[in-house]
Design a protein around this ligand. Structure first.
Ligand SMILES: Nc1ncnc2c1ncn2[C@@H]1O[C@H](COP(=O)(O)OP(=O)(O)OP(=O)(O)O)[C@@H](O)[C@H]1O
Ligand SMILES: [Mg+2]
Length: 456
């Protein structure tokens, strides 16, 4: 007896692919493109397996799934999902789907998944599902599962193989350099250098970039090779392109447009074989309006734009990042730390992270270094971070069993530390901010035992 499989997908191309991949197997395949067709077929006959796309126009895959269950509560369903919809996949598995396939799928993986499903209907552990998804989230060390990060990764893949100039936007510490490196690693230039050009005051920057001849300017005591030459055949990354001096911008435009440059103090025009990637945390279009950035260079750079949102706008990446950094720093420091507890993670998720991933990385590093626990807890979080986190304020304002005395103490701790930080550690100044005598301030610090706590 051959197995009957029903494929539900609105895209005929998916029907064709599945038909082609499974044609040599002894399966009877049926195809549907919408909910009506699907339900009609299920009312008339039994299917051994259903392959269901989660994105069916006009309805949701989850809805179809529920209807199918109503008709046949034992129906075996494998959901098909486009890269990235982990939440929906988890939801479908929780509702009783037996497996999932990521689109576009690998042919052999499709065959294996279908065979396995027909033999056994064991539900896949959600943790395992998450774990498998986890692997695809590590793209050149870019950790994250938010839609924003997935979009960044997709864009990297699309642009990497071209020679186009890429402009990366993002606040400080969001991972602009990490993204630039990923583009380089995915490009055809990956075996050649990736070189970072950090902006510096005028002449120095130009001589770093283009190189100079001996005697080109006072202090040029010998010939110097520039970064363009060092990066030959590879990628040249401008770390903060908004700070490139105006007179250098015109030369940079020439590098990108004509692929030419001149070494300082030389007359020979040289070929610039570099792919340019630029990053900035400033709105260049406004700088153009203000006459601080060349319009032609701006348009030239802005052909392909990758935007990395601040961490506070993609909190769902925080648990993965924390886990990643715990493992990284536990290993570096040979510490036996296994993870972090829920409540501590809640604090970290709700902090606003003005310094983005870099700040989070530094905090986790300090926690790993200073903690004596196997599992990090909220007591390991630097006080200043813990207290400007939303759960802290929430707990403070809720009637939740904590006594008024304790709440008051917490608020005092918080304000004392905040003032201390604002005063750069000068107690007298901090005391003034709170309208206190510095002796009283000092006594309170001692009493609250704040002096020696992790106030980084
Ligand atoms: N998604 C991420 N996954 C893992 N590590 C990350 C991620 N984003 C940033 N980091 C880490 O955070 C730190 C800062 O990243 P990076 O230097 O790329 O930021 P940046 O945007 O260039 O910062 P700046 O604007 O200050 O130059 C690095 O150690 C980097 O590895
Ligand atoms: Mg950077």
């Amino acid at each position: 007896m051959s197995y009957k499989i029903h494929v539900i997908d609105d895209e005929p191309i998916i029907h064709d692919i599945i038909l082609r991949v499974l044609k040599d197997k002894d399966y009877e395949l049926e195809f549907s493109t919408n909910i009506e067709e699907t339900l009609e077929k299920h009312k008339k006959q039994h299917f051994d397996l259903v392959l269901l796309d989660l994105m069916i126009p006009g309805t949701s895959g989850i809805q179809i799934f529920k209807e199918l269950k109503r008709i046949d509560s034992d129906v075996k369903v494998i959901i098909m999902t486009a890269y990235g919809t982990l939440e929906t996949a988890v939801k479908a598995i929780e509702m009783g789907a037996i497996d999932y396939l990521n689109k576009p799928f690998d042919n052999q993986h499709l065959i294996d998944t279908v065979e396995k499903a027909l033999i056994s209907s064991d539900k896949r552990d959600i943790e395992e599902l998450k774990h498998n998804f986890g692997k695809s989230e590590f793209f050149h060390n870019i950790v994250g599962k938010s839609e924003a990060i997935k979009e960044v990764i997709n864009k990297i893949k699309k642009v990497a193989k071209t020679n186009s100039t890429v402009l990366i936007y993002g606040e400080s510490g969001t991972g602009k350099e990490l993204v630039a490196r990923a583009i380089h690693m995915e490009s055809l230039r990956s075996s050649l250098p990736f070189v970072v050009a950090y902006s510096a005051p005028d002449e120095l920057f130009e001589s770093n970039l283009f190189g100079h001849k001996k005697g080109a300017f006072t202090g040029a005591i010998a010939d110097k090779v520039g970064l363009i030459e060092v990066a030959k055949g590879g990628t040249l990354f401008f770390d903060d392109v908004a700070t490139v001096p105006l007179q250098t911008q015109v030369k940079l435009l020439r590098v990108i447009q004509e692929k030419e440059y001149i070494v300082l103090g030389d007359t020979k025009v040289r070929k610039a074989d570099v792919r340019v990637i630029a990053a900035t945390n400033q709105e260049l279009s406004i700088m153009v309006e203000e006459g601080k950035f060349r319009e032609d260079l701006y348009y030239r750079l802005n052909v392909i734009k990758i935007e990395i949102p601040p961490l506070r706008e993609r909190k769902e990446d925080i648990p993965l990042l924390v886990d990643f950094f715990i493992r990284k720093y536990a290993e570096i420091n040979s510490k036996n730390i296994e993870g972090i507890d829920e409540s501590a993670l809640e604090y970290l998720k709700n902090y606003h992270w003005p310094g983005n991933v870099r700040e989070l990385e530094n905090v986790v590093e300090s926690m790993v270094v200073l903690s004596e626990n196997k599992i990090l807890t909220k007591d390991d979080i630097p006080l200043e971070k813990r207290y400007s986190s939303i759960p802290f304020l929430y707990n403070l304002l809720e009637l939740n069993g904590t006594s008024l005395k304790d709440k008051t103490e917490q608020l005092k701790e918080y304000l004392l530390l905040k003032a201390l930080k604002k005063a750069n550690g000068v107690q007298k100044k901090a005391a003034e901010m709170l309208g206190m005598k510095s002796t009283t301030f000092n006594e309170m610090l001692k009493r609250l035992d704040l002096k020696n706590k992790n106030t980084k």
